[in-house]
Design a protein around this ligand. Sequence first.
Ligand SMILES: CCCCCc1ccc(-c2ccc(S(=O)(=O)CCO)cc2)cc1/C=C\c1ccccn1
Length: 240
Amino acid sequence: HHGHHMWPEIERVTMEQIHYARLSVEDSVGVWQLFAEEGEMKMYRREEEVNGMVIDPLKACHVVKGVTGHEVCEYFFNPQYRLEWEATVETTTVLEKIADDTLLFLQVHKRIWPASQRDALFWSHMRHVPDDKDQDGPDIWVVCNNSVDIPDLPANTGKCVRLYLTVCLMCQTFVDPPKDGAKVTRNDLTCKITYCSVVNPGGWAPPAVLRAVYKREYPKFLKRFTNYVIDQCQDKPILF
Ligand SMILES: CCCCCc1ccc(-c2ccc(S(=O)(=O)CCO)cc2)cc1/C=C\c1ccccn1
């Protein structure tokens, strides 16, 4: 797929998003505001507007037992599972298979009153990156979703307002070695999940409405997704 015309952007954006995902909220530029906390899940946002439109960057940190980062990324990336965990998506279509690990999606989201309905056109790339810090560090799996403009699929021609997103799901897997060389079981697995997103809603939507939607929807979104993965994996062999 390195010959695909989108590949240089895919490579650049993916590596840039991994960099941002690895920054802890403490030492990131700008003030992160903790806006939701449920058990191990902590959700932060920065309040940012671009010409009157809310584009609050979001960073969610979560720790989940019993699954690997590869499994979490597989269920996030693979379109066949999408509608089972994504409650705000009405339709999802793969327009192009850029590579085995890279797809082009057109996605229509459910309308959220009082705003108009949104769609999203984005590439999605899944990648395994060895932790360059220390060789025996946890391996990292990521899925990066990034909006693209395609002349043949112009924005805002139908019923939907085109939203623009950059999303990164980064997962680090930690294995607690079991006693005296016993087989690793799911109880020995811990997955540290960092979900970053910047969404430009496209057309104007009242800032208070958008912030209320995100405050309500994002915690539900991440909890529903991670519970779905735990449920799907529990009686399956571990995918490292
Ligand atoms: C007024 C409404 C404006 C649009 C709201 C909205 C914006 C973005 C998105 C969204 C959320 C997750 C992704 S993804 O992580 O890439 C996975 C692929 O689907 C892509 C897009 C959705 C929604 C609509 C509701 C909403 C808001 C948060 C969380 C969940 N739903």
